[in-house]
Write a protein that binds this ligand. Structure first.
Ligand SMILES: Nc1ncnc2c1ncn2[C@@H]1O[C@H](COP(=O)(O)OP(=O)(O)OP(=O)(O)O)[C@@H](O)[C@H]1O
Ligand SMILES: [Mg+2]
Length: 220
């Protein structure tokens, strides 16, 4: 399965989600091939940091300026995760042409809904024309959701995302604003490795299991 994690706006959680997914998949016995198309190199730096510290399993994440659709398709027997950045739109579009799905993390705010709408508008027509897999599935979910239930933005963001043409599914699996995500990254660890019993870990495992329902065992 080729999953591209994308959105235009910085800080929506693309690299955090890509890294945690890569670790979760490897720990559940899947082979992961990661591509980091963002010049900031966060995804690949996290893989390197993990290796330097000696955290297992190692991750195979390459930092590249561009990746051809054919290269991604060649890894069909692996779980392919591609982290992209707005700084490299051409590479982002190229990677998307062969994706099975686009995973779009969206923080809960009107500005982020607009940014997501713009993102879909920019990539949508090109994707329709050149997609190698037929049209891929575009799945959005709220990341950095408010922990306080009385704050309405998360719900409103999900409602707004459901109205956007180009979004096939708004996943109900929110990741809330949890400092564990930030802290675990600085140790080269996934949040469920550092704090397996935390709410952040529970939320992440629920999201990952929904994205990969055929992963058995569901180890953390
Ligand atoms: N659910 C969350 N709760 C708390 N912090 C989070 C959460 N998700 C991401 N973060 C933190 O927010 C910051 C930005 O996340 P990240 O780097 O993953 O975003 P990004 O979309 O990859 O940004 P960029 O577009 O700049 O590459 C990081 O410090 C990350 O640890
Ligand atoms: Mg990033």
């Amino acid at each position: 399965m080729i999953t591209v994690i994308a959105n235009l706006k910085g800080g929506s959680g693309k690299s955090t989600v890509a890294f945690n997914l890569a670790v979760w998949l490897e720990r559940n016995g899947r082979r992961v091939v990661g591509y980091d198309l963002d010049p900031q190199c966060t995804f690949s730096d996290l893989g390197m940091l993990r290796k330097e510290i000696g955290n297992k399993p190692d991750l195979n994440i390459q930092s590249v300026r561009a990746v051809l659709g054919e290269q991604l398709v060649a890894h069909r027997d692996c779980e392919v995760l591609v982290d992209v950045g707005a700084a490299n739109m051409a590479a982002m579009k190229e990677a998307m042409t062969s994706a099975d799905r686009i995973l779009v993390p969206v923080p809960p705010s009107q500005a982020d809904v607009w940014a997501t709408q713009r993102f879909l508008h920019i990539v949508g027509p090109d994707m329709e024309a050149v997609s190698m897999n037929g049209r891929h599935r575009t799945m959005a979910f709220v990341n950095r959701a408010d922990t306080n239930k009385s704050i309405r933005e998360t719900h409103e963001t999900e409602e707004a995302l459901r109205m956007l043409p180009g979004i096939d599914e708004v996943m109900p699996h929110r990741l809330k604003m949890r400092t564990g995500f930030r802290r675990s990254l600085s140790e080269g660890l996934a949040v469920f490795e550092m704090w397996p019993r935390s709410k952040a870990a529970d939320e992440f495992r629920a999201l990952a299991a929904a994205l990969y329902p055929d992963v058995t065992g569901q180890l953390n």
